[in-house]
Ligand binder design. Structure first.
Ligand code: PH2
Ligand code: MG
Ligand code: MG
Length: 161
């Protein structure tokens, strides 16, 4: 089993219900155990067209899936929420599940990069990650807390999980 962190976001419809249901769907997957969940945050949209603010959170999981199988599990969950693979990049989405970290592994493939390549730049991912894991480092041992000052976006506490 391996510890991994998944970032979840929604900016369509009942955003808090969608992110909560996505956490439940992760936990229901055969080879995933949910270890911890951050609070829910309301966050300003980064990138893409003008769009509604997001609700974001981060989930810590323990998983028997290899990174590729974990990506497939995340995509399957997105599909069940009605998300189409062709949705506009960085556009509005019912639910988005992104692998942020997978133990201290590095993956560099066209459709799968771990650590998530924009994690250091995005407060909507960093703030919930650091809430559950204040001292967390990347695979090169650099602390994510040091990226917070220069990261982008506005993040407001919304409610506990
Ligand atoms: N996801 C994106 C692009 N921009 N902005 C916020 N605040 N939260 C997100 O989850 C988000 C985003 C691409 O997946
Ligand atoms: Mg995303
Ligand atoms: Mg995604």
């Amino acid at each position: 089993m391996t510890i991994a962190y998944i970032g979840i976001g929604s900016n369509v419809g009942d955003r808090t219900k969608f992110v909560r249901d996505a956490v439940a769907a992760l936990g229901a997957a055969e080879d995933i155990e949910v270890e911890d969940v951050s609070s829910l945050y309301e966050t300003s949209p980064l990138g893409g067209p003008p769009q509604r603010s997001f609700v974001n959170l981060v989930v810590k999981i323990d998983t028997a899936y290899e990174p590729r199988a974990l990506l497939e599990a995340c995509k399957l969950i997105e599909g069940r929420f009605g998300r189409e693979p062709s949705d506009i990049r960085w556009g509005p989405r019912v639910v988005d599940l992104d692998i942020l970290l997978y133990d201290d592994e590095k993956v560099n493939e066209p459709d799968l990069e771990i650590p998530h390549p924009r994690l250091r730049e995005r407060k909507f991912a960093l703030v919930p990650l650091l809430e559950i894991e204040p001292g967390i480092t990347d695979p090169w041992e650099a602390r994510y807390s040091e990226a917070l000052d220069e990261a982008e976006g506005d993040v407001e506490f919304l409610e506990g999980f």
